[in-house]
Design a protein around this ligand. Sequence first.
Ligand SMILES: [Zn+2]
Length: 243
Amino acid sequence: MRELKTYLVEGVVVRRRDFKEKDRILTLFTLERGRVDVLAKGARRPGSKLSYCSDLATVGSFKINSTRSLDIVLESKTLYQPEGAFGNIKKSSKIFSALQIVDNLYREGDSYSMTYNSLKKLIYLASERDSKFGFVSFLRNVIIDHGIAPSLNECVLCQKEISKSSLVRFSLKGGIVHQECARDDAIEISPDEQRLLQSIFSNDFSDKTLVESNFNKQTYLKTFALLNDYFSWQFERQFLTIE
Ligand SMILES: [Zn+2]
């Protein structure tokens, strides 16, 4: 007899597609194993227990049977669904954008607990209230997971230190550049925007950093837009959006 191997994960449904007549294949972004594809048998049958858990952006715990081909969901329990975001395009667009990013950029196997937790938090925040800060920390963590944090203390072009008095610009290709090193495509950046970026990418960053730092609204908006542009440029594709 073949041994039945089961495992338990907590995950977010980032993608789902119909399979056969009544089933669904779900892509889960999990705390323990990163991205996994699983079969939810009968999930399209009315009243099926797996149906509720297979909605996009559902946070759930899943008991899964590992097989040689596609792993199969045995049981699931919904932990959270972003009901407050349904029917609100601005709120739900951030969630769907984040799901798409995870589905496209992450591969199976590794655990990315920082990004997982920020995705989960974004789903809560977007549902309950404003999601701007939630989306920024999510993007920050995806950038760090992929080892492409912008250089903020050294000039990307001459590799020399950026001192406090340096006049600087920002290059989407890699980070801060001295004004005198900058090429035409480098973007203007104010000292406050520069400081905010540095705190976003510092090691001890947390959501609190964003909430408690006292920059003016314009600084937040411009820095978030810059981060969004940097993200799109680095991954060579346009995801939305911080507005
Ligand atoms: Zn330089």
